[in-house]
Design a protein around this ligand. Sequence first.
Ligand SMILES: O=P(O)(O)OC[C@H]1O[C@H](OP(=O)(O)O)[C@H](O)[C@@H]1O
Ligand SMILES: Nc1ccnc(=O)[nH]1
Length: 516
Amino acid sequence: MRLTVRLVDIAARGILLHQNDAKSLGVLPGDRIMISCPETGKATADYVETTTTLIDQGRIGVYHHTKEQLNLHESEVVEVRVADRPASLDLIKKKMNGEKLSRDDIRGIVADIVQDTLSPSEITAFVVSSYINQLDMDEIESLTRAMVETGDQITFHAGPIVDKHSIGGVPGNKISLIVVPIIAASGLFIPKTSSRAITGAGGTADLMEVLCPVEFSATEVQEMTMKTGGVIVWGGATNIAPADDKIILQEYPFKIDQIGQMIASVMAKKFAVGADVVAIDIPVGKYCKVNSIEEGRKLARQFIDLGERLNMRVECALTYGDAPVGRAIGPKLEIKEALSVLEGNDSPRSLIQKSCVIAGIAFELAGKSNRGEGAELALELLKSGKAHKKFLEIIEVQGGSPDIKSDQINPGEHFYIVRADSNGYVIDLNNHSLISIARTAGAPADHGAGVYLHAKHGTSLSKGDPIFTIYADRKWRLEKAIEEARRLRPVMVEGMLIDRVPNIREWTPGRSRTIE
Ligand SMILES: O=P(O)(O)OC[C@H]1O[C@H](OP(=O)(O)O)[C@H](O)[C@@H]1O
Ligand SMILES: Nc1ccnc(=O)[nH]1
């Protein structure tokens, strides 16, 4: 069938057909058609959407992606025919049925993810199929390798290359902003690529973006690392493991991070930058991705095994995840807290301790310090101000201002303080609820949004004391977050009323009771 092009300014994938043309072709919404340009001979497949009003019969609505692929112009005539289904759909179904995927199967799926052959809902199907029928170690290795092979890789001619990564899941986990400059200040190289928020209210890339650009090519990452010793960039922009970010985009709304894909997501980024040694932070807690020490050990073993298969030396730290790291949750609040620690502030101690433990493991793995002495070296580099100086250099090389000070960073202008409604000690913090409130307030997209905790486990509060403050860049978002905080009550104070269950049945006081 020949159709006339109408360019439609929509960024997503897809092709818009009049319902009658779709019927003549024998396709339904979601089916694929092959569009070829007789003039250039170029062809590409895309999935169909249909309309009865937006496009006239005889025309084809071409979205941005296909326009770019085929270099199409308004009113040009193209040839359209039914396209084959991508073979990877059957492979995803294989996983849905609980079968094991071979290396070639996984290569096929990842290639189709990277080339945008699979639609977002089809990628979601892959995520869900491996969420229900977990990936085994061979499948995780294949996924990691396929993610690396379909993207750019960096080779450093100096070494050792050090890296760190957290599996996430604990709010306020801003330690990369402290660990990376500590490691770079020691003279080691750390080309750190991070993802944006997956289950949280601010990934490291979202945080760093408050201070400077985070989108660079693999070559730029390499050059900047050689110059300063370290960078903190967004993995999704580098074309390092490009499938990773496309998968994460589908996980974000569900707040899920399937274990096998998580391991591959982390390790692909490490492998692609040529890391020799890697320290992995696994937060463990009631509301974390990993809920018990036992589960944490199992996951650590998987990271170490995969490291061996890929020739990287990996060590994992199971860390305390029952409470947020530090007190700040959300991009600007977290940057402010991390920067103030680098500037020499002595608190929050949990943040300093955790950062030094992880940097210490990396030092020991890289042979920079003896076993058991790495954290001490990390603390020295932090206390001496060398890590702070290095952080400012990293900001500058990425295009930000090296004069930035923590007291110049202000969270959102709209805020609300939640206060204790009884005396007592803080006995529980619900990470999921805190993240939810910060996201409802606008984090991570609104950089000023988030939650600042005034009290953590064991803090003694009197009625009326502040427990946490919610910040937002927009008033309506703050209002929604306050509503959510009232409903979720993320901080439990001993002696506090948990909920009141009203009796809504009609009742007249004093009415005499009758005994039947
Ligand atoms: O949103 P959730 O699931 O908490 O985790 C995502 C965060 O965890 C990792 O941190 P890092 O890169 O090691 O600092 C990721 O890269 C990302 O920034
Ligand atoms: N799935 C992931 C978890 C944490 N970090 C990542 O980069 N990816």
